[in-house]
Design a protein around this ligand. Structure first.
Ligand code: S3P
Length: 184
């Protein structure tokens, strides 16, 4: 049996540094949707930055916080949701997001990602001298999960504004011709 997908929201997923937050804000502005970033929700609740959550409670605790936020997102409508880079690696999270949103994955090569993140220090998984190697390995590991998104968009050859236009275009297509999906 199949039921029509509900596209009430847009989810942006993808690796760190692919521009999910900047693109998400632009898309939300255009659609007059709310904008929500799962990392910001977690930081606000924990009242500390992600680096501290990782250092004090560990990555597993952070992933649990992500799962909790994902469950709550099912209530949202008219929202553009930017997700942390590892969130959709949990298939349950991806499945849950697809219940209410068009899931768009923003893509870039390891070199492109490295160029964007190398001067930033708020991502615990990319700290240390071998960031490019970490990015290459983690991206390879996560690729099968990112490919589960409804739409995959290469961000390397486009400005955030152009990527946002592509997201809007895909959202309009999805809303006019919803694709049924299997219920099991
Ligand atoms: C992570 C990505 C980060 C943040 C955390 C872990 C990841 O979010 O959730 O540092 O596992 O890829 P951004 O993708 O917004 O940087």
């Amino acid at each position: 049996m199949t039921v029509p997908r509900s596209y009430r929201n847009i989810v942006l997923c993808g690796f760190m540094g692919t521009g999910k937050s900047s693109v998400g804000r632009l898309v939300a502005e255009q659609l007059r949707f709310a904008f929500l970033d799962t990392d910001h929700v977690i930081e606000a609740r924990a009242d500390k930055p992600i680096t501290e959550i990782f250092a004090e409670q560990g990555e597993a605790a952070f992933r649990e916080m992500e799962c909790k936020v994902v469950k709550e997102l099912a209530e949202r409508k008219a929202t553009v949701i930017s997700t942390g880079g590892g969130l959709v690696v949990n298939p349950e999270n991806m499945a849950s997001l697809k219940q209410h949103a068009l899931v768009v994955c923003l893509w870039a090569s390891p070199a492109g990602i490295y160029a964007r993140v190398k001067n930033q220090n708020h991502r615990p998984l990319l700290q240390g001298p071998d960031a490019l190697e970490k990015i290459t390995a983690l991206l390879a590991e996560r690729t099968p999960f990112y490919k589960q998104a409804d739409v995959l968009l290469n961000t390397e050859i486009r400005s955030p504004r152009e990527v946002a236009q592509q997201v809007l275009h895909q959202f309009r297509i999805a809303r006019t011709a919803p694709v049924p999906h299997p219920t099991h």
